[in-house]
Design a protein around this ligand. Structure first.
Ligand code: NAP
Length: 523
């Protein structure tokens, strides 16, 4: 397919009129064709009007039809084959295996949501049959199901050009819930976005759906994002990016005449706890695993282990020594964009003012090369200095040396909300780990034992969320099938005749769902 530089509004490809975005190849610092002119208010209006016109039809598509739509998108993305892989590599500097893996995850995610849609559990059907004879008052017939919130604005993420962008987790979960989606492409990978957007638009056509189910817009400088979030027809937002961006979108959404939910995944430093027995018996192995996790993908993961917490002593010193040695041999890696690279350099410089540098990776040999860093500080400094808790997006981590278990607890209580918290333990560490768990449950969305936080499985049990600033809403997840619930709300139907009820609530259970009827789960 020839890239056109056009946005997609329903089935129409249109040129924008505003300042053009051109992707940069971060590995060579050269611009890539074509240019993508930004859209204006008229285009936002068109996309929102189409999405609004589609909503009542799309949200009532049968479970089978909606599942088939998600599977068709996955098939179409796979059919893009090498063209998609090559373009994503050029726009992100990410290595081929990572992009191929991300494509698999993206298509697997869409198919997993198709399975979820077919099961229909997300409708959460509850039936309380009428009790006309109940004393002192009769009970009405009450039936509940979940419906789609309405059109959703999705912001493509810079660090996942496929799995968290145009057809990524937010889009897949919103489409699965029955919500039309308008994506704001990330400016770092407009060509990848156009390819994937075309695959979705084609699937809309193949499945005979209303064209407003999907649109893809381009634009830079905040204006487009704010226009989308404040349009009254948009009913929810999915975002992955910076803390400042996420907060700005939340504030814009709250200031609307009708405030709407913003599911923003923003900033997390993902503490890793090294407990005494584990550190003593396998400190070197832990150092190897830590450096591999820290430097994977130039550290550009929201689950990057940016903080290590342990009680000071010879075992921790040995860990720092081995990790420093390994890190000092890690080559610098191309970061996603010049601005992410600059932000990384600024973050490292800021950290260097407040903590001791234990090790640096190999120096940069090309443009936008991020050099890995390991810093060390003591618990009292960490507790009194807010700068030490700031996310440095890239391969940088900070070891916090604590005097004792009480100081580990204080540091933990001081932490902001996190996506993950990791415990490295042996049997002897169990009492201390157990004592810390309540605090960690309050702080993080996912707790791991003897693993590394990078690598997020897309499955039913996954939670990729957590208290602020990890996300703007700790009650949900952005990865895994539970993400569908972000875009649904319950509706109760009282005393409806069978002929007027939605199929999911019909008296004879025509969809064959597992419903909660008079307090009992149907088989
Ligand atoms: P970003 O600057 O937050 O941008 C993400 C998207 O949000 C872009 O489409 C951007 O559009 C839009 N946006 C940002 N601020 C906005 C505002 N005030 N109003 C309206 N729209 C706004 O994130 P990024 O470009 O991906 O990376 C920048 C930094 O974010 C990184 O250096 C890193 O620190 C952090 N980041 C963190 C994670 C994580 O998972 N923790 C992931 C990615 C990035 P415009 O640019 O057109 O305004």
């Amino acid at each position: 397919m020839t890239l056109t530089g056009k946005m997609l509004i329903g089935q129409q490809s249109l040129h924008g009129h505003r300042d053009a975005i051109r992707a940069m190849n971060p590995a060579t610092d050269t611009p890539l064709e074509p240019a993508y002119a930004g859209c204006d208010a008229e285009h936002v209006e068109q996309a929102c009007a189409l999405a609004w016109a589609a909503v009542d039809i799309y949200r009532e598509t049968s479970l089978a039809d909606r599942a088939r739509f998600l599977e068709t998108i996955a098939d179409n993305i796979e059919a893009l084959d090498e063209e998609l892989i090559e373009r994503a590599i050029a726009e992100t500097g990410l290595p081929r295996p990572r992009i191929q893996g991300e494509r698999s995850r993206t298509c697997g995610q869409l198919r997993t949501f198709a399975r979820t849609v077919r099961l229909g559990e997300w409708l959460d059907v509850r039936v309380d049959n009428a009790h006309p004879q109940r004393q002192p008052l009769p009970r009405a017939d009450l039936r509940q199901r979940h419906i789609a919130l309405g059109p959703v604005a999705v912001f493509g993420a810079s660090n996942f050009p496929l799995a968290f962008s145009v057809a990524g987790g937010d889009t897949a979960s919103a489409l699965a819930a029955g919500c039309p989606v308008i994506v704001k492409a990330h400016n770092a990978h407009p060509g990848t976005s156009e390819l994937v957007g075309s695959a979705i638009a084609q699937a809309v056509k193949q499945c005979g759906l209303p064209e407003g189910v999907f649109s893809l817009l381009y634009g830079s400088g905040n204006e487009l994002g704010i226009a989308l979030v404040t349009d009254p027809r948009i009913k929810a937002v999915g975002f992955t990016g910076s803390r400042s961006g996420g907060i700005a979108l939340c504030q814009a959404a709250q200031a609307r005449a009708e405030p709407i939910p913003v599911y923003a995944e923003m900033s997390s430093i993902n503490p890793v706890y090294l407990f005494a027995a584990a550190l003593e018996t396998r400190g070197e192995q832990l150092a190897e695993g830590f450096v591999a996790s820290l430097t994977q993908g130039a550290g550009q993961f929201c689950t990057n282990p940016g903080l290590v917490i342990a009680v000071q002593g010879p075992a921790l010193e040995r860990f720092i020594h081995v990790a420093s040695d390994l890190l000092s041999r890690c080559p610098a890696q191309t970061m996603l964009t010049p601005s992410i690279f600059n932000a990384y350099e600024t973050g490292v410089s800021a950290l260097a003012k407040h903590a001791r540098i234990a090790a640096k990776g190999l120096a940069a040999t090309g443009p936008n090369h991020g050099q890995a860093h390991l810093f060390v500080t003591q618990a009292p400094a960490f507790l009194s200095n807010v700068h030490l808790q700031a996310e440095v997006f890239g391969a940088t981590s900070l070891v916090v040396e604590c005097k004792d278990a009480e100081q580990v607890r204080q540091v933990s209580e001081h932490l902001e909300g996190q996506l993950t918290a990791t415990l490295h333990i042996d049997d002897h560490d169990l009492p201390q780990a157990r004592a810390l768990l309540p605090a960690l449950e309050r702080k993080a969305g996912r707790l791991l034992v003897n693993g590394w936080p990078t690598g997020v499985e897309v499955c039913d049990a996954m939670v990729h969320g957590g208290p602020f600033p990890a996300t703007s809403d700790a009650r949900s997840t952005s990865v895994g099938t539970a993400a569908i619930h972000r875009f649904l709300r319950p509706v109760c139907y009282q005393d409806f005749p069978d002929s007027l009820l939605p199929a999911a609530l019909g008296h004879d259970n025509p969809l064959g769902l597992r419903r909660l009827v008079d307090g009992q789960r149907e088989a």
